[in-house]
Design a protein around this ligand. Structure first.
Ligand SMILES: [Zn+2]
Ligand SMILES: [Zn+2]
Length: 266
């Protein structure tokens, strides 16, 4: 089975490969197409995102190389838009919407950096109540979808990255599912993100299997993405993710074609 990846980071943000190196890798892997989605600029933390002054260079480089490689591989220009970023969506072929921070009282708490950051966020902002933190995060994901109207929802439950959330707890799952339904009202396409597995944090992609079955029940679409930060990982765990989607009852997954999404049989 051939795949595409829409969630690719390069040296324009916190990836290690250049745009060209990623294209070459996608061709070597016989992929259908490749989309770039470097991190949008976040003023609250500039350590891993794209610099504001680099947007134009990023767009120009992806477009130039897309033209150069057009006979070999369709290449698309996207962005991973954070909740706290302003972007001109019209600059990009597609937008992935993600939440990476909770900012309160001028303090920026990353939700997917380390377990210690999550713990500090829970203690400082939510009096140690993990469910209140989950409600806040998932509420932001739904709000981001409503405002941004993205093409794809990025790593919906990345809050589970460090096994800090009580994933087996009914109350937690209710919060996550409720927000999932709310998010779905604004965007029916969610990524199956394998980035947590390639980096050794998780054994299953985001979102969890229960949420994938909910996505199927709601009639939504799944896009298989690697959230790759290295050219070798562009299609990491894709065959397994396709199998997971089949197990969840999906018959197709969605692949971007430059204008919209095609459904490919699993
Ligand atoms: Zn992300
Ligand atoms: Zn990403």
């Amino acid at each position: 089975m051939r795949f595409s990846n829409l969630h690719t980071h390069t040296t324009f943000s916190d990836g290690v490969g250049t745009v060209r190196e990623n294209i070459e890798s996608a061709i070597a892997k016989n992929m259908l197409s490749l989309g770039f989605s470097d991190h949008s600029f976040t003023a609250c933390d500039t350590s891993y995102c794209m610099k504001l002054e680099d947007y134009e260079k990023y767009c120009a480089e992806v477009k130039t190389l897309a033209a150069e490689y057009k006979e070999k591989l369709p290449v698309f220009l996207g962005i991973e838009k954070d909740y706290y970023s302003e972007i001109e969506a019209g600059m990009f072929d597609y937008v992935i919407a993600s939440v990476h921070y909770i900012v309160k009282n001028g303090v920026c708490y990353p939700v997917d950096h380390t377990r210690a950051h999550q713990e500090a966020c829970m203690n400082d902002l939510f009096g140690g109540n993990v469910l209140d933190m989950a409600k806040c995060y998932y509420g932001m994901v739904a709000e981001h979808a409503a405002v941004c109207k993205p093409d794809v929802i990025g790593h919906f439950d990345v809050l589970n990255k460090f096994s800090f959330m009580p994933e087996k707890d009914e109350k937690y799952m209710y919060v996550a599912e409720d927000a999932f339904r709310e998010t779905f009202k604004h965007c029916k396409r969610f990524e199956v993100n394998t980035g947590g597995i390639s980096r050794g944090w998780r054994k299953e992609p985001y979102p969890s299997f229960g949420l994938l079955t909910l996505l199927r029940d709601l009639g939504g679409e799944a896009v298989i993405n690697s959230d790759s930060h290295h050219p070798d990982n562009l299609d990491f765990y894709f065959n397994e993710s396709a199998e997971l989607l089949r197990c969840a009852g999906f018959e197709t997954f969605s692949v971007f074609n430059g204008k919209g999404f095609d459904k490919i049989k699993l």
